[in-house]
Design a protein around this ligand. Structure first.
Ligand SMILES: *[C@@H]1O[C@H](CO)[C@@H](O)[C@H](O)[C@H]1NC(C)=O
Ligand SMILES: *[C@@H]1O[C@H](CO)[C@@H](O)[C@H](O)[C@H]1NC(C)=O
Ligand SMILES: *[C@@H]1O[C@H](CO)[C@@H](O)[C@H](O)[C@H]1NC(C)=O
Ligand SMILES: *[C@@H]1O[C@H](CO)[C@@H](O)[C@H](O)[C@H]1NC(C)=O
Length: 418
């Protein structure tokens, strides 16, 4: 009898996949790394390497700034999903990062990073945080142009918007931001995400909304006009009453402003709502994208405070699921994915913890809604900044969860109270 149950259990596990984990088995791990490795021009780099094409050879005589690959310094930051490629960015915040925008092929067990779109670009792109694929099959990202080495910051290039059509990996937008889009030399390091407002039947009429968390603003780019401008508003600043929280056990002292912009589905007139927040904030704001597109330089009372998510809800990336009208948040203060149904009032009671894990969700650096799934990239960034990662343990993850599973049992469940 026991044997029989055991056999069934094993079969069950196999059929439904043994990779589900977490509270109520909501999450599936797509990739995990102790440390990152690269495959560039057919050469695998999985140990420190001084010179390109001479893998695994590193000696103490070569200065760090000259080394091609310093494995420990490679910390992933952003994630996106194409049909078969999972994009993974590695901002150049230290020396020894061979390529800042890459993809993995998730069926390969090694999860080695391949430069995007090809190895020819590894020097051209300086530093990329969080890319975005739009409804027209294009990947957009901001190259901050900044080598963000502590104490040795260097603006190598002007911050530049890129978009590639993913059918042929063809470059379709390359646009250098204007000096008037930037406040000072700190601004480029704050351009950590890009949100694309476009309809699939009008692909040339795309708008990009770029957050500036360093000098608290938003930069808008119109593809049709090939022009950009900067918008200021008090709601783009951090919230001073939300400064005290920990992530990965460290007191976060950053004063990051506008961090994430998520768009609703369009209404009958094609208008969307842009939901946004600062990292150091428990509030959420909304503005009609018509205002963002109009060319105004200031929101002038057109932004709306929706409410407060509650204590310890400081969150980085967030994204919107049109079918359920739920926003999902990368909640760094509680190692959690939060949810809020946007057709309910934004109060603490209406915000649910959809998933939480004190190990595998420690610092969700990016979160994307992709069809009916939520994808997250986890990177323990505070440990890297304030302490040391253990390269013998798993440090970085990409997980995904089906949205129905994710909201089950939370206040965001559609069946709730009905
Ligand atoms: C480099 O090191 C890795 C990991 O030990 C190994 O798998 C690979 O074969 C090495 N490559 C070369 C060219 O020695
Ligand atoms: C390089 O330096 C490290 C630490 O300073 C030391 O442990 C290692 O033996 C050195 N390697 C070589 C090849 O000199
Ligand atoms: C867009 O404007 C930039 C200068 O701001 C220019 O370099 C670029 O060629 C323009 N692109 C197109 C498609 O016109
Ligand atoms: C944050 O913590 C510091 C040190 O404990 C304290 O002085 C300060 O008043 C706190 N700020 C807020 C807004 O809670």
């Amino acid at each position: 009898m026991f044997k029989c149950i055991l056999v069934l259990f094993v079969i069950n596990n196999y059929v439904f996949g043994s990779k589900h984990w977490g509270d109520k088995q909501k999450l599936t791990t797509v990739a995990s790394w102790k440390q990152l490795s690269y495959s560039i021009d057919g050469v695998i780099y999985s140990k420190d390497t001084d010179d390109k094409n001479v893998p695994n050879k590193s000696n103490n005589g070569t200065v760090k700034s000259e080394k091609f690959f310093i494995q420990y310094n490679n910390v992933p930051s952003g994630v996106e999903l194409d049909n078969n490629r999972v994009f993974v960015t590695v901002p150049r915040r230290q020396y020894g990062i061979p390529s800042t925008i890459n993809f993995i092929l998730p069926d390969q067990s090694s999860s080695v990073l391949y430069p995007f779109p090809s190895p020819r670009y590894i020097e051209q792109f300086v530093s990329v945080y969080r890319p975005r694929i739009d409804d027209c099959g294009r990947i957009w990202f901001v190259d901050t142009g900044l080598l963000e080495i502590p104490g040795e910051r260097k603006q190598v290039k002007k911050p530049t918007i890129y978009a590639f059509d993913l059918k042929m990996d063809k470059l379709v937008v390359k646009y250098e931001l204007k000096d008037t889009d930037l406040v000072n030399e700190r601004t480029p390091g704050g351009l950590t995400s890009i949100t694309i407002d476009v309809s699939p039947n009008c692909c040339n009429d795309a708008y990009a909304y770029i957050n500036d968390l360093a000098t608290s603003g938003m930069i808008v780019y119109s593809m049709k006009d090939n022009d950009s401008w900067r918008i200021e508003d008090p709601s783009f600043k951090y919230q001073s009453s939300a400064v005290n929280f920990t992530a990965a056990g460290y007191l976060i002292t950053w004063q990051d402003g506008l961090f994430s912009i998520a768009l609703s589905e369009p209404d009958d007139k094609g208008k969307r709502t842009a939901y946004y927040h600062s990292l150091v904030s428990t509030q959420e704001f909304a503005v009609d994208t018509k205002i963002l597109k109009s060319g105004v330089r200031n929101l002038n009372g057109n932004s709306m405070l929706l409410g407060n998510r509650g204590p310890l809800t400081q969150s980085g990336s967030h994204d919107y699921h049109p079918e359920t009208r739920i926003l999902f948040f990368a909640n760094v203060a509680q190692d959690a994915i939060l949810c809020w149904r946007t057709d309910t009032a934004l109060t603490e009671d209406n915000v649910g913890i959809a998933a939480q894990d004190r190990k595998k969700l420690v610092y969700i650096s990016d979160l994307k809604v992709i069809k009916d799934e939520v994808w997250v990239l986890v990177n323990q960034m505070p440990v890297f900044i304030f302490s040391t990662l253990n390269p013998d343990e798993v440090n970085f993850y990409i997980h995904k969860a089906n949205i129905r599973d994710l909201i089950r049992g939370t206040v965001c469940d559609i069946g709730h109270d009905k």
